[in-house]
Write a protein that binds this ligand. Structure first.
Ligand SMILES: *[C@@H]1O[C@H](CO)[C@@H](O)[C@H](O)[C@H]1NC(C)=O
Ligand SMILES: *[C@@H]1O[C@H](CO)[C@@H](O)[C@H](O)[C@H]1NC(C)=O
Ligand SMILES: *[C@@H]1O[C@H](CO)[C@@H](O)[C@H](O)[C@H]1NC(C)=O
Length: 144
């Protein structure tokens, strides 16, 4: 096999097997991740926008649950919001990891994930202030 072909195969394998890296993600990366999680887990996720930032970035919220698109009587709604202050970025990482764990747990039939998704609807807004994140240059320079 030529090295070019081998490289292509490795890229494909890494794309298919991609799990979320434990690191800071910039705003376009977060958006891409949320769109991809939403597209590949239609049974338990629902991606919606609560509006746009001053600079026109979508404020994406991912809802997770066995009935992700609508409220179910008796099922409590939880909301997690991160990155209200642009330069406070740890919550972004934690909430993306929570999404990743929930979705993977559901796929692997893990009881903790099934029980959470069956008994609550969880809304996750990983960044409430994407513009502020872009402004805080110490972080963006280490991400870019
Ligand atoms: C989320 O995924 C569903 C199912 O594939 C799709 O219909 C919907 O348009 C997606 N939402 C967004 C915001 O991309
Ligand atoms: C999921 O877990 C339940 C309870 O442990 C088990 O009964 C069921 O067979 C599992 N399903 C799959 C697809 O692994
Ligand atoms: C969700 O909870 C209901 C009520 O406790 C139970 O009957 C059902 O089997 C659960 N579904 C899953 C997928 O765990």
């Amino acid at each position: 096999m030529s090295s070019g072909l081998l490289f292509l195969h490795l890229c494909l394998i890494f794309t298919l097997a991609a799990t979320l890296e434990f690191r800071y993600h910039n705003n376009p990366e977060i958006e891409q991740y949320l769109l991809q999680v939403n597209a590949s887990n239609p049974a338990i996720t629902h991606l919606y926008s609560i509006g746009q930032s001053v600079r026109g970035q979508q404020l994406w919220v991912l809802a997770l649950g066995l009935s992700p698109r609508r409220h179910t009587v008796g099922i409590p709604e939880f909301k997690y919001v991160a990155n209200m202050h642009g330069n406070e970025v740890l919550g972004r990482v934690v909430l993306l990891q929570l999404i990743d764990d929930l979705v993977r747990g559901y796929r692997n039939n893990e009881t903790w994930s099934l029980q959470l998704l069956n008994s609550t609807r969880i809304h996750i807004l990983p960044t409430m202030n994407p513009d502020g994140f872009d402004e805080s240059d110490t972080i963006t320079s280490s991400v870019d």
